[in-house]
Design a binder for this molecule. Structure first.
Ligand code: KIV
Length: 272
C-alpha cells in the first residue's frame, strides 16, 4: 500500500487512526526526560512513550515493577515540557490499575492532571477490561499493550516470544478485538510472531505498533536508549542500533579525564 503523507501540526489519537487508514507507518520512541524528549519530538516522531522501562533504563532496576506512580509523573511532566508535536503516551505503572477499576481511574487522572500527558498505556486484555472502560469514560485516551507484557514477567518467567502456541494466539486476537471495541486508540504488540501481528493489525481499525512484532503492523516502537546504543547488555534480534553511543560516550569521558589530568583542559580560551 502506498503511504499518503499528510502534514500534522500536532499528533492526536485521530491523526494516528487516519495514518493507519492511509497506509502511513507510525514511528514511536521512548523518552523519560526533557532533553531527550526535545530531540525526539523535533526529529518528527509521532508518538513519545514515557514507558515504565524508565524503571530499567533510568533507575537500573531489573524489571519494570518497582517504578512508582510519582516517579512516572515526574518523568512524564519533564517530557511534556519539551514536546510541541508528538502525542505523549504515559505507562500506568504496575500495581496502580490491575484488579481495581476505581484505583485505575484515579491513577490515570493523576497522570493526566499532574504530568499533562495526552494518554495512558496499560498492559493486558480481558483481565483489565473494566479498568480500561472506566478510564475511557473519563475521556482519557487509552493505548493497549499485548504479547510480551513486562509487568507480568514473574507470571511467565522469561522474556521469550509470546503467543507461539495456538491457544495463546487465539487469546491475543480476541484481546486485540476487545481493546478496539472498548475504545482504545491504539495497541502495542510486543515480541510476537510477525504473521500473527500482521493478522491482528489487519483485523482491527486502530493502529498496531510493534516491538519485535515484524513488518506487517502499522508502526514501530523502540526504547530510545537501546536504538542509540547507550545500553549494551541487551541485544534482542528486533533491536536495530542506529548509533553506538555507549562506546562514543565512554571514549569522550576518557578523553576528558586525560585532558583534566594533563592540564590540557581548560586552555587559555576556555577561561576568564
Ligand atoms: O515501557 C516501555 O518502554 C514499553 C515499550 C517497550 C513498548 O512499554
Amino acid at each position: 500500500m502506498s503511504a499518503i503523507k499528510k502534514e500534522y501540526k500536532r499528533i492526536t489519537t485521530k491523526s494516528l487512526v487516519e495514518m493507519k487508514a492511509n497506509g502511513e507507518k507510525i514511528s514511536m520512541l521512548t523518552a523519560y526526560d526533557y532533553t531527550m524528549a526535545k530531540i525526539v519530538d523535533s526529529a518528527g516522531v509521532e508518538i513519545i512513550l514515557v514507558g515504565d522501562s524508565a524503571s530499567n533504563v533510568m533507575a537500573g532496576h531489573e524489571t519494570t515493577l518497582p517504578i512508582t506512580l510519582d516517579q512516572m509523573i515526574y518523568h512524564a511532566s519533564s517530557v511534556v515540557r519539551a514536546v510541541d508535536r508528538s502525542l505523549i503516551v504515559v505507562d500506568l505503572p504496575f500495581g496502580t490499575y490491575q484488579g481495581n477499576s476505581r484505583k485505575a481511574l484515579a491513577t490515570a487522572i493523576r497522570i493526566m492532571k499532574e504530568s499533562g500527558g495526552h494518554s495512558v498505556k496499560m498492559e493486558g486484555g480481558q483481565e483489565i477490561a473494566e479498568s480500561i472502560s472506566r478510564i475511557l469514560t473519563a475521556g482519557i485516551p487509552v493505548m493497549g499493550h499485548l504479547g510480551l507484557t513486562p509487568q507480568s514477567i514473574y507470571k511467565f518467567g522469561t522474556y521469550t516470544v509470546r503467543a507461539k502456541k495456538e491457544d495463546e494466539a487465539e487469546k491475543l486476537k480476541k484481546d486485540a478485538k476487545l481493546l478496539e471495541e472498548l475504545g482504545c486508540f491504539g495497541l502495542v504488540l510486543e515480541k510476537v510472531p510477525s504473521k500473527l501481528a500482521q493478522e491482528v493489525a489487519e483485523s482491527i481499525s486502530i493502529p498496531v505498533i510493534g516491538i519485535g512484532a515484524g513488518d506487517g503492523v502499522d508502526g514501530q516502537v523502540l526504547v530510545t536508549h537501546d536504538m542509540l546504543g547507550m545500553t549494551h547488555e541487551f541485544s534482542p534480534r528486533f533491536l536495530r542500533r542506529y548509533l553506538n553511543l555507549y562506546a562514543d560516550m565512554a571514549s569522550a569521558f576518557k578523553k576528558y579525564i586525560s585532558d583534566v589530568k594533563s592540564g590540557d583542559f581548560p586552555n587559555k580560551d576556555e577561561q576568564y
